[in-house]
Design a protein around this ligand. Structure first.
Ligand SMILES: O=P(O)(O)OC[C@H]1O[C@H](OP(=O)(O)OP(=O)(O)O)[C@H](O)[C@@H]1O
Ligand SMILES: O=c1cc[nH]c(=O)[nH]1
Ligand SMILES: [Mg+2]
Length: 211
């Protein structure tokens, strides 16, 4: 398990506005979309390609294209949905699976309420989208499910991470081909399991409190 923090002034600029409590939902969704595209540029550095012969208007040459099997992108509902468009804009041939997961506000335990993805992920590169890596419970459960289905290369894109969550990931996923790409590893978790300074509840800021 490897963690990569994307250090770029545009990422830091967008993240600061995302954190600001005055940022409204439409702006929050737009910034999350823009940020994931910047993170995706780093996260796909090792996406598999194959050689292809083409003809330009001038001559024949060889280039590359994304190879088969196609990468799979898995947003974790709800908040991960706000990262999907930005990701598939860069990986238009990817397939998309879905995981619906929710963290109990009291116990901080994650449960899965919806799963829609291929049973067999052998040989597939998988990109998991979840804006917040807090205790790590959600992402560890999601990635264990992907590995159980045969995924052999998993990259998680998170807008923010807490050091506690990164440590849990490193312990629970030691020795697995997993990379976390994030815009920031923040200071800590608070007593309610929220990332500090963080940005609050990502799902609520994108979509409202949903009751
Ligand atoms: O690392 P963890 O401690 O598991 O917490 C992170 C999870 O919590 C949030 O989801 P939430 O349960 O709020 O669901 P939502 O996306 O539907 O709002 C967030 O989007 C992550 O999925
Ligand atoms: O800070 C946090 C922690 C978990 N989930 C969120 O949306 N925000
Ligand atoms: Mg939420």
């Amino acid at each position: 398990m490897r963690t990569h923090v994307v250090d770029h002034p545009l990422v830091a600029h967008k993240l600061t506005t995302l954190r600001d409590e005055r940022t409204d939902s439409p702006t929050f969704r737009r910034l999350a979309d823009e940020l994931v595209t910047l993170l995706a540029y780093e996260a796909t550095r090792e996406v598999r390609t194959e050689q292809v012969d083409i003809r330009t208007p001038v001559t024949e040459t060889t280039g590359v294209r994304l190879s088969s099997p196609k990468p799979l992108v898995v947003p974790i509902l709800r908040a991960g949905l706000g990262m999907l468009d930005g990701m598939v804009r860069l990986l238009p041939t990817a397939e998309v699976g879905f995981l619906g997961m929710i963290r109990d506000e009291e116990t901080l335990q994650a449960t899965t309420y919806a799963t829609r993805m291929p049973d067999d992920l052998s040989g597939r590169q998988v990109y998991v989208l979840d804006p917040m890596l807090a205790t790590g419970g959600t992402l560890v459960a999601a990635i264990k499910e992907l590995i159980a289905r045969g995924a052999d290369d998993v990259t998680a894109l998170c807008l923010l991470a807490a050091p506690e969550g990164v440590e849990v990931m490193e312990r629970e996923l030691a020795g697995t081909p997993v990379t976390v790409v994030t815009a920031s590893v923040d200071e800590r978790l608070d007593e309610n399991g929220y990332i500090v300074p963080g940005l609050g509840d990502a799902g609520d800021r994108m979509y409202g409190s949903a009751g």
